[in-house]
Design a protein around this ligand. Sequence first.
Ligand code: GUN
Length: 281
Amino acid sequence: MTILDGKSLSSKIKENVKKDVENLQKNNITPGLAVVLVGSDPASSTYVNMKSRACKEAGIYSIVHEMPETISQENILEIIEMMNKNPNIDGILVQLPLPKQIDATAILEAIDPNKDVDGFHPYNVGRVVAGLDSFIPATPYGVMELLKEYNIDPKGKNVCVVGASDIVGKPMATLMLNANATVDICHIYTDNLKAHTLNADIVCVGVGKVNLITADMVKNDVVIVDIGVSRLENGKLVGDVDFENVKEKCSYITPSPGGVGPMTIAMLLKNTVKSARNRKC
Ligand code: GUN
């Protein structure tokens, strides 16, 4: 069993991003990322802090617009419009989820698709589905890069994606399909999850349910990508996979935390530099 070490690969990618930023700065170009954080969800605040810190370390300018839980949709749209027009900002990221009174689709659609470094605007979603150059959502993008690093080619493989969210599951399945895998997408209405996971050469799971994937649900030599993160009552972070037991059957497995999470941040930085190049070079 080999650990898919996202921490180590993400460090390498972040070092390369830093060099790219240094080269852009020789031409007076500094990539800039604006993050919109609504409310005070502790997990969202933690993610945003990690993104800001990573930007700083890579030499990317970043600004966080923090807004109260009760903010109106118009106010968020005003900030996005301002960031769309701001030439120093190459990437705009609205941390999800948004409070219930806000129409998340309307917010995401208001972002200039050329600054949509999360790849959540329908324009970029469509481009990814069509296999065109686009901003690829950072988490599934990170998974594909991690597999590539370990020479795991999904072509012709049975891939089971568990979770069908717009942020993770759907783009994950799309990237796997584009990589010529045969893809099952499972979700809360899936009748017999085990039948799907048992058939898979690669299982990608990201639903936030502790121990959802157990050893009896996977075949020998499976590749496991655990995208889930949950906090136990004792404060410990864990993924969706019963790691200790499942790892015995795997050829490769990501730990969680320390697998896909760090890759997500690295790919966001990469997308921000890509946007700066597209817009300013
Ligand atoms: N919430 C959970 N993951 C993400 C992400 O990758 N981007 C944004 N904007 N919000 C998230």
